[in-house]
Design a protein around this ligand. Structure first.
Ligand SMILES: Cc1cc2nc3c(=O)[nH]c(=O)nc-3n(C[C@H](O)[C@H](O)[C@H](O)COP(=O)(O)OP(=O)(O)OC[C@H]3O[C@@H](n4cnc5c(N)ncnc54)[C@H](O)[C@@H]3O)c2cc1C
Length: 442
């Protein structure tokens, strides 16, 4: 049908058409407006939002920090909800195929390399070891599916209400107090109200919505993958040349590969994340096909790629105390310590190159999880408050687990004592953590 005939038919049928510049009054509401910075926006109409749950503690994000926080809060007696946008717990540890738990050890003041990860994190590793799903004594590499299974088991046993497939989408605020979060899921837009909210999104989504101060770090983003038949490489094949297909995992013949990726990336820009996602997908597939052509490597195959893109850093809280590299190198003792972590990288400190085996363990103070202005909000995981020089050790899984357990316990104590999290009795917090086998250093 020609365009003119189509229009005539529509008019005869009594239809109305909005053609070039001719819009109905209803359409006019949706004409984008211009912001001061030149970008365009529209206004979303207000609507009623049903309340999905009211709880004591709400943990947003089910990565290492979120799981540790939820288990600790629930075990300390608080009704606890844990919400996660994807279909598994563990965040980058499992879904990101970031399999080695760094850093389980650190140097004590008497010069011994001691285990620093205990409490909930020690329990996770013990359970995985009992299933033969963690290898290596120091900084164990785990199997991601076993990790998802164990974390799910631990939150279930602790009585945590888990909501998968649920995105946190905004903070519900009453002046400077957070009252909960808006969520989006297949059930639509709903609200979860909580006495204390713990931001474990890794990206600090909740403290950003709540209006807290933060810094942004643009860092390397990668996408890890696993290779199958890694044990079928024929090193005796004529013309064999070593190819790096990753490190061992608990499953024989399966290796994992850590992709450093592209540097200085904006992890808060969805178009950039999408660009990187497509690039990694293409590069990984094509790289493995090339490796398969090398003598001795014909049987290997791409087993899987990470279901969570590898964001190392984005927002960092500007909290009540900024933990420093100096603190971590000098055995600084904090009255409000919630545990200790270890170090895994070489670094230059006071003009000296220090290897990980010479790096002290370091305490983490509770104040580094407490925002400066917003009440009833705590922050755990890679977005808690530390200076950039400490970022390599602050963002690792071991540190995230320790901050999670500290935040979860503190949140539950705040609810029990009807105090703001920033005002809780620190001695009670420390005692509760001791009871949970958390270690504070010698
Ligand atoms: C490529 C790469 C390699 C690394 N290698 C190592 C290593 O070898 N060893 C090591 O110890 N560490 C490593 N790290 C660092 C470590 O994996 C992470 O820093 C750590 O997992 C952070 O834990 P987290 O709980 O703070 O956040 P994440 O692990 O990022 O978990 C956050 C969770 O919150 C969910 N979430 C986020 N936003 C929302 C929202 N709005 N609503 C609902 N859910 C949400 C996410 O889906 C995710 O499950 C690596 C990181 C990367 C990217």
């Amino acid at each position: 049908m020609k365009r003119r005939d189509f229009i005539t038919n529509m008019m005869l049928a009594g239809g109305t058409l909005a053609l070039g510049g001719c819009v109905s009054p209803k359409d006019k509401e949706f004409v984008p407006k211009q912001a001061e910075d030149g970008s365009e926006y529209i206004t979303e109409p207000a609507k009623r939002v049903s309340i999905l749950a009211k709880t004591d503690v709400l943990v947003v994000g089910g990565g290492p920090a979120g799981v540790a926080a939820a288990v600790a809060a629930s075990r300390t007696g608080a009704e606890t909800y844990l919400l996660e946008r994807y279909n598994h717990l563990g965040g980058l540890w499992t879904g990101g195929l970031v399999l080695p738990l760094l850093s389980t050890h650190g140097l004590s003041q008497s010069g011994e390399r001691v285990q620093v990860i205990h409490g909930v994190s020690g329990e996770m590793v013990d359970r995985l070891r009992a299933m033969n799903m963690a290898i290596d004594e120091v900084n164990p590499t785990i199997d991601p599916e076993a990790g998802k299974y164990v974390l799910d088991e631990m939150v279930s046993e602790a009585g945590v209400h888990v909501l998968y497939h649920t995105w946190a989408a905004g903070a519900i605020m009453d002046k400077r107090t957070i009252k909960g979060v808006y969520v989006e899921s297949k059930s639509g837009r709903q609200a979860i109200l909580a006495k204390v909210v713990i931001d474990c999104t890794g990206d600090g989504d909740v403290f950003k919505w709540a209006g807290e101060q933060f810094d942004v770090i643009k860092y390397a983003i990668g996408m890890n993958y696993r290779v199958g038949n890694a044990d079928k490489v024929n090193r005796k094949a004529p013309g064999y040349v070593y190819q790096n297909i990753g490190s061992d995992t608990p499953i024989p013949g399966v290796s994992w590969y850590n992709v450093w990726g592209e540097v200085e990336q904006d992890a808060l820009d969805v178009e950039n994340l999408s660009r990187l996602q497509q690039k990694f997908r293409k590069d990984t597939w094509e790289h493995i096909q090339e490796v398969k052509k090398m003598p001795g490597y014909q049987d290997i195959y791409l087993l899987d790629t990470a279901s969570q893109i590898g964001v190392r850093l984005s927002r960092i809280l500007d909290g009540e105390y900024m933990l420093t590299l100096e603190d971590s190198m000098t055995y600084r003792n904090f009255d409000d310590a919630i545990g200790v972590s270890g170090a895994w990288t070489n670094l230059t400190y006071k003009d000296q190159r220090i290897t990980p085996s010479k790096r002290p363990y370091w305490q983490i103070p509770y104040r580094s999880l407490v925002p400066k202005t917003i009440d009833n909000l705590l922050v755990a995981g890679r977005c808690f408050c530390y200076e950039k020089a400490l970022m390599e050790d602050a963002r690792i899984i071991g540190t995230c687990l320790v901050t999670g357990q500290g935040a979860g316990t503190a949140a539950a104590l705040a609810v029990k004592s009807n105090e703001l999290p920033r005002n809780i009795d620190i001695q009670k917090l420390r005692q509760s953590l001791v009871n949970q086998h958390v270690w504070f250093g010698a």
